[in-house]
Write a protein that binds this ligand. Structure first.
Ligand code: 4AD
Ligand code: MG
Length: 428
């Protein structure tokens, strides 16, 4: 017999359902099982006198075992689970579960040790449904605008970007590195005349950070496009993209998110507010007494990001804040500069950086000079070559999918990833 999802299984005709045993109640005359599949839950009601041959089997059943059950569904208003119950004609144990090592009160690290069990929860699965919807909507938005989806290598010969924070791996008789971002290859696609591209893929960072927003391997949503006039085009595209994606998520999962995570999905207003970093520091000092020595004001700090949320809500009634005018030495060498000011931005959502974006330097000689100023000449030669034979002006951004998910649902990053990776965690 063909398997039916519990939610769609019809009343009054023979069905086969398959799933985990969420609950077992074995009484003297009756046994009640609750079977769960990805669509829902079903009570299975067994009158023991009608099936003496199942007595031993029922006694061996354990919670979270996987079973196949054939039978007929009937209506019964007394059944709490949707007023229906399955009267079985055959029960097969597909996989008997050992006693469970995980309780509802387990801390996040124990939960991660047994992540596959942790993920059986409705709330946990919802996160991935939401993430699927979010990333799917972002992809849809870009496909509508004729972006190409590309897949760039993660094994690379030279350290990308800054050279710091890269993982080194053995590569036959030499060394290779794990890509810190698809940055260089996104730009190669611009030199190839693709004009509009995006990629969703793994990003590796050898950072020993133990925060609720850092991981050593995350999923990056990166895009790059040509013939921009300035980095403002990049900011506007990102604002539109996120607004579109959040609308899709709210439509489909707004209620479920509120129920399980206690947070509201708020559709942002366009355009997103912008502020230059020096101005932001002045505001944070004036409003909240946040003081930072002048020499540290070229970049955001964790506290400044957090406070900027409060500022953005108070000043603009907006959860997002675009911050521009970072100090040149704090930004990557490939950012275009105008009068010494990097032509890029960070996007902060609910007090956490989710994106860095910029117009890139596409002029070969200027780019080489900026690389050399950082002592990166040789390492990035393969990259600067991309710009020698004509390259359109272009820009783009890198967005952290895990951070986006985490902020959307109000969790930490460990819960927002299928499997978290950190300095102390490489398993399961
Ligand atoms: O700000 P990042 O380092 O920028 C780049 O990689 C540039 N190539 C982007 C560009 O196009 N100019 O990384 C981009 C985003 C961050 O804003 C953050 O959301 C996420 O990636 N991210 C991390 N997420 C989790 N753990 C980490 N250790 C992260 N580092 C960055
Ligand atoms: Mg950044």
């Amino acid at each position: 017999m063909k398997r039916s999802f519990i939610q769609q299984a019809k009343t009054g005709e023979p069905v086969l359902i398959q799933g985990f045993l969420e609950h077992i109640r074995n009484t003297r005359y009756m046994a009640f099982l609750v079977v769960r599949d990805r669509s829902g839950k079903m009570q299975v009601t067994i009158e023991k006198s009608a099936h003496p041959e199942w007595t031993a089997l029922i006694e061996t059943l354990t919670a979270e075992s996987v079973v196949s059950i054939e039978g007929t569904i009937q209506e019964n208003p007394q059944v709490k689970l949707g007023g229906r119950e399955l009267i079985p004609t055959a029960i097969t144990i597909e996989s008997l579960a050992a006693p469970l090592p995980l309780t509802h009160e387990a801390n996040i690290d124990t939960r991660l040790d047994y992540r596959w069990l942790d993920l059986r929860g409705e709330k946990e699965r919802l996160l991935f449904e939401v993430q699927t919807c979010l990333v799917g909507a972002m992809r849809e938005f870009l496909l509508q605008r004729e972006f190409l989806e590309i897949h760039t290598p993660k094994l690379i010969a030279a350290a990308s970007e800054s050279g710091a924070d890269v993982f080194e791996v053995g590569y036959f008789d030499r060394k290779a590195y794990l890509a810190q971002s698809p940055q260089f290859y996104k730009q190669m696609a611009m030199a190839a005349g693709f004009e509009r591209i995006f990629e969703t893929g793994p990003v590796f960072r050898a950072e020993k950070s133990y925060t609720n927003r850092h991981t050593t391997e995350f999923t990056g949503f990166d895009l790059e496009f040509s013939y921009i006039e300035s980095f403002h085009d990049v900011m506007h595209l990102e604002a539109e993209l996120l607004t579109y994606a959040l609308e899709r998520v709210q439509e489909k999962y707004g209620e479920a998110i509120e129920k399980h995570y206690g947070t509201k999905v708020i559709i942002p207003k366009l355009p997103f507010p912008e502020i230059a970093l020096p101005e932001l520091y002045r505001e944070l000092e004036k409003r909240y007494g946040y003081r930072l020595p002048e020499c540290e004001r070229g970049d955001t700090t964790t506290e400044a990001e957090q406070l900027s949320y409060r500022f953005s809500m108070e000043e603009f009634r907006h959860e997002f804040l675009l911050v521009t005018d970072f100090a040149a030495e704090k930004r990557a060498f490939y950012h275009m500069q105008k009068d010494g000011v990097p032509q890029g931005y960070d996007l902060i959502w609910r007090g956490v950086e989710i994106t860095t974006g910029a117009q890139r330097e596409h002029r070969y000689d200027v780019l080489c000079r900026q690389a050399e100023e950082r002592g990166l000449g040789e390492d990035v030669r393969f990259y600067t070559e991309f710009f020698r034979y004509g390259c359109p002006p272009h820009g783009g951004f890198g967005l952290g999918v895990d951070r986006l998910t985490m902020l959307l649902l109000g969790t930490g990053i460990k819960e927002a990833m299928f499997l978290f990776r950190g300095p102390n965690r490489l398993t399961p």
